[in-house]
Design a binder for this molecule. Structure first.
Ligand code: C2E
Ligand code: MG
Ligand code: MG
Ligand code: MG
Length: 275
């Protein structure tokens, strides 16, 4: 099912177990129950302003919510494997709702202390294309008294381009409801200039693979090109995956607006975070 679009029928039809190893099959068999028992949680990773404050301190601008699942027998399961599984099993709507509720409840507490913070949440392809997605999202933010404008939804470049016409329509609905949109893993897809121009996004999140190569002359030029593209479209840029000060300095110098990565803070449970 390459082209998703309006054909939501196809979405849940490719549940074959082809290519899954023993571990994956085991995890897959546990996923529905883990969601039902609310054993999938959410951790938060800070996004910081590239420009340090006047006193030189690094200001937290917001957080990205990241789903976390610890299975008592298996151990930690990566979202990179259980999110696609939830999609294939038709469980992504429920899982998304669970993660969103937890993220919003916590974010509401932080907002009371820091009304300027924003929260980023990842949205996978079937989640985005589900007919009730925008309604579910609106119901959740309303219930937690979080203004839509404080939320940024991260959609990967390849998802935004799956069915450009439909994606555009859906993304317009999201923006009309007051949310912001970011293109995650930017640079790994093939968005054309005109497509980017049409999409109602306000941020590009530069993929970690480019951030890693910023120390080479060519890598720096590529990042420079992405930042100037973003600037000409009036989009904010985020550099993800920053693991050391040298990379942070390079990204600042090239004009990224926000920085994120282990260097500033690993994803952590809310209890370990001070805003
Ligand atoms: P992503 O949205 O691109 O998130 C960035 C990933 O990079 C996260 O992995 C994060 O923990 C990791 N990361 C952050 N800083 C660094 C760093 O300095 N170095 C390195 N090497 N990695 C860093 P994680 O949490 O395993 O998530 C993987 C992917 O799973 C995410 O990629 C996102 O696409 C997806 N995902 C996670 N949570 C959710 C969710 O709640 N819903 C949906 N739909 N997808 C999710
Ligand atoms: Mg993300
Ligand atoms: Mg990313
Ligand atoms: Mg990524």
């Amino acid at each position: 099912a390459k082209s998703l679009g309006r054909n939501t029928f196809q979405l849940y039809s490719d549940m074959s177990n082809k290519g899954l190893g023993k571990k994956e099959l085991y995890i897959q068999s546990r996923l529905a129950q883990a969601i039902r028992d609310e054993r999938i949680g959410v951790w938060f990773q800070p996004l910081v302003a590239a420009r340090p404050a006047a006193d030189g301190s690094v200001a937290i601008a917001g957080f990205e919510a990241l789903a976390r699942w610890h299975d008592p027998d298996y151990g930690w399961v990566s979202p990179a494997s259980f999110i696609p599984m939830a999609e294939n099993l038709g469980l992504i709507g429920e899982l998304g709702h669970l993660v969103r509720r937890q993220a919003l409840a916590q974010f509401r507490r932080w907002l009371a202390l820091r009304p300027d913070l924003h929260l980023a949440m990842n949205v996978s392809k079937r989640q985005l294309f589900a007919p009730d997605f925008v309604d579910a999202l609106l119901a959740d933010v309303e219930q937690h008294a979080v203004p839509p404008s404080a939320l940024t939804l991260e959609v990967t470049e390849s998802v935004a381009l799956l069915d450009v016409e439909f994606a555009e329509e859906r993304l317009q609905q999201i923006v009309a409801a007051g949310f912001r949109l970011s293109i995650d893993d930017f640079g790994t897809g093939y968005a054309s200039l005109s497509q980017l121009h049409e999409l109602p996004v306000s941020e590009l999140k530069i993929d970690i693979s480019f951030v890693r190569r910023v120390h080479t002359a060519e890598g720096a030029r590529v990042v420079q090109a992405i930042v100037s593209l973003a600037q000409s479209l009036r989009l904010r840029t985020v550099a993800e995956g920053i693991e050391d000060e040298a990379t942070a300095a390079a990204m600042r110098q090239l004009g990224a607006d926000l920085l994120q990565g282990y260097h500033f803070g690993r994803p952590a449970p809310a209890e370990e975070i001070r805003v």
